[in-house]
Design a protein around this ligand. Structure first.
Ligand SMILES: [Mg+2]
Length: 230
């Protein structure tokens, strides 16, 4: 018998690569804008500040990044940024939205092994169209009893999801790469969470905390950890 009635996975940077594309997009933005930025302006920091200010309005995802990048390009350049640069930013957004899903190593085999032992869920935040497209084309959607694309991963959202599927928080395990989004809100509800770091973390996902967080190096360690925890 599992200690858990539902084991949920985050998707971006937990099941498949994501942040490396955003990181590349940020670097491309810095290269494109630097010729039009006044000396001494930190182009990357300015972009992140615009993204932070827009978070509540645009939410998460590639399209939100694109709108913030265009806004930042206009403000950083004092309105002098050429149309070609705006066009290059938009082309980068379109390319990122069309990228094929790149699963992280061993994800498919671990999900296949776990799905026979405990119900699995996928909980991801961001753009509904893009996330749905990635889930549908990932080839791993059939392992999940529940798939949820949410606006924000906070305690009220997790509480609502758990109540909808009839799972008590203390019978719920969440696994993901973000302590801010996948771990702390679940611990706050009395659930269990496991952190599997990805080499890159978006600046707006950084969080200061003093919780004890269970950390595994790879998804391949999840089945063994579950057996030892049960
Ligand atoms: Mg993630």
């Amino acid at each position: 018998m599992s200690r858990f009635d539902l084991v949920a996975f985050d998707a971006d940077d937990t099941l498949w690569h994501s942040e490396d594309s955003f990181h590349a997009g940020e670097q491309r933005f810095v290269e494109l804008l630097t010729p039009y930025a006044p000396a001494g302006v930190d182009v990357k920091a300015a972009l992140t500040a615009v993204e932070r200010a827009n978070l509540r309005t645009y939410g998460y995802g590639v399209k939100a990044f694109g709108l913030s990048a265009v806004e930042a390009a206009i403000s950083i350049s004092g309105g002098t940024v050429p149309n070609e640069v705006i066009g290059a930013i938009l082309a980068g957004v379109r390319a990122q939205l069309s990228e094929p899903v790149r699963l992280l190593p061993h994800v498919a085999e671990v999900l296949a092994a776990l799905s026979g032992t405990v119900p699995l869920a996928l909980i991801t935040k961001g753009d509904l169209i893009h996330q749905t497209h990635k889930i549908e084309t990932s080839g791993i959607a059939h392992h999940f009893a529940h798939v949820e694309v949410v606006l924000e991963k906070d305690p009220p959202t997790y509480a609502r999801l758990l109540s909808e599927v009839g799972v008590a928080p203390d019978r719920f395990l969440m696994i993901g790469n973000s302590v801010r989004s996948d771990v702390l809100p679940v611990l706050a509800l009395g659930g269990t969470a496991v952190h599997i770091p990805y080499p890159l973390l978006w600046e707006l996902e950084h969080v200061d905390h003093d919780e004890h967080v269970v950390e595994l190096a790879s998804i391949t360690q999840v089945p063994g950890w579950l057996s030892a925890t049960t």
